[in-house]
Design a protein around this ligand. Structure first.
Ligand code: SF4
Length: 376
């Protein structure tokens, strides 16, 4: 595709997207709901072990919760009953939106297209900076959920001209059964699937998920087990294993690093992370440095200075990564995709919008070299 957008078309595009948003955003966040309106639907979980008649062990993520009948899981959305483990958020999203695919962020698959985006409540992590804590740290019984069957998600995606479905906002790993089934139907209908995740999942369920997922944006929060444990309730080894395995399974992988002042902005840590990415995933793996805003339990810290983000980008480029972006900042030039060979801008963006696209048959429209990604 070789397109350049005019001002008029750009305004029309924004208006069309706004209209789509108005039609589909039936819930923006998990508004508190009383017991009479709260909807929960359960389905037997896919990855667990029965220990005895009253106890199960969930093996979906490395937390591996051991739960007695009636005991709620760490992620708040799983519970055993009569010796069987159930997901309590099956087909009951709390958030449904039509988003630009750039918002995920995924920059190297169908730029400028729309992603039908869903989330349920719940999360298996405890990030102190969470931007969606109102839903990620909520119980299904307290959220304004709606019943939206897997097939209806795909139908709505098609109706809204979305080329992909994104499982996003909270942590989709905890609504695994809903995501897996929806993604299977979407794939049959030619709709791509995007997993936006913290990457805290065990290898067996991950392999199964990768059989239906096309692209993933995985949070690579930092090359430090201490930082991940203390700030996110995560661990480095399983995260690295998820990133590597997802790539090996043929999923298109982009990574996001939220740069938090004083906590993970040490240039040496950023350098280590970039070296690991290049060695284990290759130079063509897109890396998005994202600006931190004071949020949730880290309101005491300032927003990431722009110079810190620019320095992180320079470190990544010095390490040999070909596609490095800065997100969450007003500057438009930070989201452009440049050809690594001739250095010309092949995809020009402002915010979440694509202004021009010079990728033709997966190649740079200027010099003809291949640009890594999933293109038309
Ligand atoms: S997915 Fe939830 S229930 Fe399962 S191990 Fe992880 S935190 Fe525990």
């Amino acid at each position: 595709m070789n397109t350049k957008i005019t001002r008029r078309r750009f305004i029309k595009k924004v208006a069309a997207l706004s209209a789509a948003l108005a039609g589909v955003n039936f819930i923006r966040t998990s508004l508190k709901s009383d017991a009479s309106t709260a909807i929960t639907r359960s389905k037997e979980a896919l990855h667990y072990e029965q220990i005895d008649e009253t106890t199960v062990k969930c093996v979906l993520c490395p937390n591996e919760c051991v739960l007695k009948n009636g005991q709620r899981s760490f992620c708040r959305v799983r519970e055993p009953k009569n010796g069987k483990l159930y997901s309590l958020v099956y087909e009951t999203p709390c958030s449904v939106h039509v988003d630009p695919i750039e918002k995920k962020p995924i920059y190297h698959m169908f730029p400028g297209s729309k992603a039908f985006s869903i989330a349920t409540v719940g999360c298996n992590l405890r990030c102190k900076f969470c931007q969606n804590w109102q839903i990620s740290q909520e119980y299904p019984e307290s959220a304004a959920n709606r019943h939206l069957p897997c097939k209806s998600v795909v139908d709505l995606a098609l109706k809204n001209n979305c080329r992909s479905i994104a499982y996003t906002y909270s942590e989709p790993t905890v609504f695994y059964e809903y995501m897996l089934e929806t993604a299977g139907i979407a794939r049959e209908k030619g709709v791509k699937n995007i997993w936006v995740t913290g990457g805290f999942i065990n290898p067996k369920p991950l392999r199964r998920l990768c059989s239906v997922i096309d692209a993933a944006n995985i949070d690579f929060k930092g090359m430090s087990d201490k930082y991940l444990r203390e700030t996110c309730g995560e661990r480095l080894k399983p995260l690295l294993s998820t990133i590597k395995l997802t790539k090996e399974m043929g999923v298109w992988v982009e990574l996001t690093n939220l740069v938090v002042p004083t906590l993970n902005d040490d240039p040496a840590m950023i350098k280590d992370m970039c070296a690991w990415i290049k060695e284990n995933l290759g130079a063509d793996t897109p890396l998005h440095f994202s600006r931190f805003w004071p949020m949730y339990q880290l309101k005491n810290l300032p927003p990431t200075p722009l110079d810190t983000l620019k320095n992180a980008k320079a470190i990544a480029e010095m390490a040999g990564l070909n596609y490095v972006y800065i997100g969450n900042v007003p500057e438009s030039a930070t989201g452009n995709t440049a050809c690594p060979y001739c250095k010309k801008i092949v995809v020009k963006r402002t915010g979440y919008f694509v202004l021009s696209n010079h990728i033709i048959n997966s190649k740079c429209g200027f010099c003809g070299q291949k640009i890594a990604g999933v293109w038309d």
